[in-house]
Design a protein around this ligand. Structure first.
Ligand code: PRX
Length: 566
């Protein structure tokens, strides 16, 4: 597919090359109050500071199937002040971790900003997590409090997290719980705890190819990147109706569902409820969405709908569409041109980078199949396994030069994990492989490690394998990502089972439910294969790579380190 002409040459960024040439992060700082006051708090910059100039503008617009409720910047400021006062009374202090484990709701956002205001560290977690998934994460960063919903609170491993003192619940409460509604009795004025740019902002847990989930800690300085990418990549303007479909339990849902729009003084649309084409199109129609940030799996599902589903809705408000999280196929862009009368702009980044690093800009021609070019002020390169920079069209490690403001600050309590990203300091090694074409466009090639990307969600094989082997019938398990036309990859498990299998299908179902019930639905295998032995290295490490090659019918490559089962 040929290059597509620039979608909007008059966008906020204007000409890409000129923007790169003139760009200085120091200039961006001038858009923040902290640059003149020296007092930093992300909640102040995203919410409170707007109260003076546009307090009655809508900051949050919440929609579900029946209702709609809005909060202005002023209302959000006051409600989060009340929440901050509640936290203070509960003894929550600067740098304490507070989990947010709740469905998308206005309360979630109020809590988020309240936590930021006391200088504590929010740890948002997607509502699909079950007890064990929660325990892995809570056990890692020792929260003092959790904000949750009555429908989810049973999953919180209260008895096993010793530090957890306060459970704040939206809905019905029992003994030893605090009702979210108590904020109504709290003072609505609160001076944020003032911080430094390098102080913590939040933690998102994400998966690597080995070990338990990692707590990616971001610093307050991340908002500098959120602001500027919101302005230039999301191309946000004050009158936009902006919808980011990601849940705040994932990094896209905070960096771009919360910070980027609000820092730019733009409201954010929150849609409760599971994905259906009708529900999503209805949201665009009802909220007159102008800028829409979504994901390839969702777009592929929409593409798989009957031709006329989109035509039943008025989608004419849409002016700009972006996607993140997985490779965006050129077919999807071709289809979007037909159905939405505009292309999709791919963006590339990761939990660890905190902000979009590579993107297709509104003012730049799109090469379908390419992720675009680095953001101004960001240096990206392809380097080989010795740290040497590679040339045009050579596939290697996608690397980014340290120094962008939203780069993670640390991996919680795991310095050695953090260092693994910087083996070629000053390069940050992403774990993705990619190449740069002759026009400077970046193309995604794959993951270098065994991390699985299923429907845009990053799943570590280790977590799923560990859960599977907890089942009494499982001796050993190995998990791989298997290519899938809609979800990018699905999780496939290979298991060695104890005893005779009488009903394969029933056992498969049982194992899937077992993973769902312990970890989360998105971590559950969609396919399970029973196998006699797993391929292992001589030192006994399971070789997922071999299983994957077998599954895909590839050459098994160099297996000189292999031992049993190959
Ligand atoms: O493999 C890349 C893939 O998602 C990974 C990051 O996942 P996560 O930390 O969960 O963050 C997702 C959203 C920020 C990357 O290492 N990925 C992300 N964007 C793209 C992508 N793969 C291909 N194309 C993209 N645009």
């Amino acid at each position: 597919m040929d290059k597509l002409p620039a979608h909007n040459p008059d966008s906020n960024m204007g000409d890409y090359n000129a923007a790169c040439r003139d760009f200085r992060w120091e200039e961006v700082l001038k858009n923040f109050e902290f640059s003149s006051t020296g007092r930093v708090n992300a909640a102040h910059e995203a919410v409170d500071r707007h109260v003076k100039t546009m307090g009655d503008r809508i900051a949050l617009r919440f929609l579900d199937d029946e209702e709609e409720e809005t909060y202005t910047f002023q209302e959000l400021s006051l409600a989060s002040n009340r929440f901050a006062n509640l936290l203070l009374e509960l003894g929550v202090n600067k740098k304490d971790r507070v989990f947010i484990f709740m469905p998308r709701s206005l309360e979630l956002y109020i809590a988020f900003f309240g936590i930021l205001k006391v200088g504590a560290i929010p740890v948002p977690l997607f509502e699909a997590f079950m007890r064990e998934g929660l325990l892995d994460r809570m056990g890692d960063c020792d929260p003092v409090a959790v904000v949750t919903h009555e429908s989810l609170k049973e999953r919180i491993p209260r008895d096993e997290v010793e530090t957890l003192e306060s459970v704040i619940v939206v809905g019905g409460t029992e003994e030893n719980e605090i009702g979210f509604d108590e904020i109504k009795t709290k003072d609505s004025s609160f001076e944020p705890v003032w911080l430094d740019l390098d102080d913590p902002l939040l933690i998102h847990y994400t998966s690597g190819s080995t070990g338990k989930p990692k707590g990616v800690l971001h610093a307050q300085r991340a908002i500098i990147g959120h602001y500027q990418t919101g302005k230039w990549i999301l191309d946000l303007n004050k009158d936009d109706n902006y919808w980011c479909t990601a849940d705040p339990g994932w990094v896209t849902g905070t960096s771009y569902g919360i910070f980027a729009p609000l820092l730019n003084g733009v409201g954010t649309i929150i849609r409760q409820g599971r994905f259906t084409a009708e529900r999503w199109y209805e949201t665009i129609e009802r909220a007159k969405v102008t800028v829409w940030y979504t994901a390839p799996t969702a777009l592929r599902l929409l593409m798989g709908e009957k031709e006329d589903t989109a035509s039943k809705f008025d989608l004419s408000s849409l002016r700009y569409i972006l996607s993140v999280g997985e490779p965006l196929n050129p077919e999807v862009i071709r289809w979007a041109l037909k159905v939405y009368k505009q292309p999709i702009h791919d963006t590339w980044w990761m939990t660890e980078t905190g902000m979009i690093m590579i993107s297709n800009y509104p003012s730049m021609p799109i090469k379908p199949g390419s992720m675009g070019k680095p953001f101004p002020g960001v240096e990206a390169a392809i380097i080989d396994d010795n740290g040497k920079e590679l040339g045009v069209n050579e596939v290697g490690n996608l690397a980014l030069k340290k120094g962008w403001p939203s780069m993670m600050k640390e991996i919680w309590k795991r310095e050695e994990k953090f260092k693994e990203y910087f083996i070629f300091d000053p390069w940050f090694i992403s774990g993705d492989s990619a190449y740069i074409d002759e026009d400077g466009y970046f193309h995604f090639h794959g993951r270098v490690d065994d991390v699985i990307n299923t429907a845009g969600e990053r799943v570590g094989p280790f977590e799923v394998e560990s859960r599977l082997v907890e089942h009494p019938r499982i001796v050993e398990a190995a998990v791989i990502g298997k290519p899938d036309p809609v979800r990018g990859e699905i999780i496939k498990a290979f298991v060695v089972v104890r005893g005779v299998i009488e009903d394969r299908e029933a056992l498969c179902r049982e194992l899937i439910e077992f993973v769902k019930g312990g970890l989360a639905a998105h971590s559950a295998p969609r396919e399970i294969e029973f196998i006699d032995t797993l391929p292992k290295t001589r030192s006994g490490k399971i070789m997922q790579r071999v299983l994957k090659a077998r599954e895909l019918g590839y050459d098994l490559g160099d297996l000189s380190g292999a031992g049993e089962g190959v």
